[in-house]
Design a protein around this ligand. Sequence first.
Ligand SMILES: [Zn+2]
Length: 326
Amino acid sequence: MSALFASIDLGGTNIHAAVATAAGEIIADLKEPTHSHEGPEGVIARMKQLLVKLGATTNRRPQGMGVGAPGLVDFASGTTRFFPNFPTQWRDVPLGARLAEFIGAPVWVLNDARTAALGELVYGHGKAAKTFLFYTLGTGVGGAVVIEGRIRLGEFSAAGEIGHVTIDPHGLPCGCGSRGCLETLASGPAITGEAVRLVLAGNAPMLRELSGGDLNLVSPQLVAEAVQRGEAASTTLLGRVGEALGIGAASLVSALHPPLVVLAGGIAQLGDAIIEPMRRSMVARVGMFPADAVRIVRSELGDRAGLMGGIALAVRGGNPEKNLSL
Ligand SMILES: [Zn+2]
């Protein structure tokens, strides 16, 4: 009987938990709403309930568990430092220790974007490319830098924040304290905000029609639909998002020359409407060597990258920098 490993992907909307084999075969998985307004105690209690239910299904204790968390975490101790989008922001919650005590096995907690990148490395595109940039494009823009099979974590486990490179020095203030970061231009809310502005200004009639005139229905997905129907303003909008992504990636490609750039998260689902302008923008800005061969692709694991990253973390014994052949 092969060993089992557990994983929790803690998101702003849902907690997704799974038990899988080292090869990444999911034995059982469950999802519950996070209800983050209840604070750490309520959320941790719900995580435990999910683990109890999974345990009842598999009837076996996992050998370890990896947790992807939406913010900064001290990886060595498993203590949360700052969840920007959660009430109370989870400062200094010993999440790893609490869950380890509960399941009677070691638990490792890592930022969700880095966890998803680890999933991609072990079970997705990383099977073919060991060096890549990884972007999670959603409510925020998270990321990771993977170099020769290792995720660069740095002293505060915070390396890889490639959504917070400056694109426009005079741009909008960013949640990180800087301004004009990639996140202010390429996140879901950034796209929606600009799309609403276009509708209100009367410059996006197709988008207005698709939304039925209800601004609450304007979304990045609706912008992509307007692009498919040939609307100029929506095409320009997503073109600028792609351009911003390309500017950010060009600096990193110049520095690291990865063969691959992986896009994950809801905005990555917009596909070529952002990937093509991103590619053009990136290639045009890498002047010291030809960058045409650097591929920009969507995550192979999609919305399971984080969950699989938690499994990979547990399989690797909590060392995301360790090479492991599966
Ligand atoms: Zn920022």
